[in-house]
Design a protein around this ligand. Structure first.
Ligand code: GRF
Length: 220
């Protein structure tokens, strides 16, 4: 089967991009990185893409200005670039922009995000500090199909990690990030193979997906 063309959208360091680059380096992986887009020209993740020989594109959001019209124009430029590159799947990986409902609708079922919490708990920013302050004992990360509301949408997979005594936000973030790097490629694989798909507002898994496959358990 032809490999699915994946675009990874970043704004920063791009360690999740790296995990997808590494997964795609295996010839049996059902996807290839066909484009890396950053809305920030200085995003360090762009170097990772270049090193891997993946095409990069910067669409700087600043010249677009602010407001709904600016957002629509930015999103239209983004969507056009993705379509021109023949993209099948779009993976948000630390892409620090809210996408318009039009964009999300256009890419429905083909747009994935990773978030460093067990959604629907702890959406938004500053997640690790908020989890520590709330005293949660199990944290983790989630890969989901994107719905228009931020950090929402049908869940494809989750990985859990313990929150340990003495953790600060950085320690917890590092523990979760390690699992993000396992979870995102695992979920992209399922979607690229058509074994996990968005049907209405739920994720349907193929019968060949073992129960619990998209769940990565804590390794204490
Ligand atoms: C990750 O924690 C991801 O879950 C969140 O943004 C962070 C991006 O990190 N959406 P990186 O740029 O992939 O290293």
């Amino acid at each position: 089967m032809a490999k699915k063309k994946v675009a990874v959208l970043i704004s920063g360091r791009g360690t999740n991009l790296q995990s997808l680059i590494d997964a795609c380096a295996d010839e049996r992986f059902p996807a290839e990185i066909a484009l890396v887009v950053s809305n920030r020209p200085e995003a360090p993740g762009l170097e990772r893409a270049k090193r891997a020989g993946a095409p990069t594109l910067v669409i700087d959001h600043l010249p677009y200005g602010k407001g709904a019209e600016a957002r629509a124009a930015f999103d239209a430029a983004l969507s056009k670039a993705l379509k021109e590159a023949g993209i099948d799947l779009v993976c948000l990986a630390g892409f620090m922009r809210i996408l318009s409902a039009e964009f999300v609708k256009d890419w429905e079922g083909r747009l994935l995000n990773i978030h460093p919490s067990l959604l629907p708990a702890f959406k938004g920013l500053n997640v690790h500090q908020r989890m520590i302050e709330a005293g949660v004992k199990i944290a983790g990360c989630t890969v989901h199909f994107v719905s228009p509301e931020m950090d929402s949408g049908p869940i494809i997979g989750q990985a859990a990690v313990p929150v340990l005594a003495g953790d600060d936000a950085d320690l917890l973030a590092a523990r979760i990030l390690k699992e993000e790097h396992r979870l995102y490629p695992a979920c992209v694989k399922l979607v690229a193979e058509g074994r996990a798909r968005l049907v209405g507002d739920v994720v349907e898994f193929d019968k060949t997906v073992p129960a619990g496959a998209p769940l990565l358990n804590p390794r204490a």
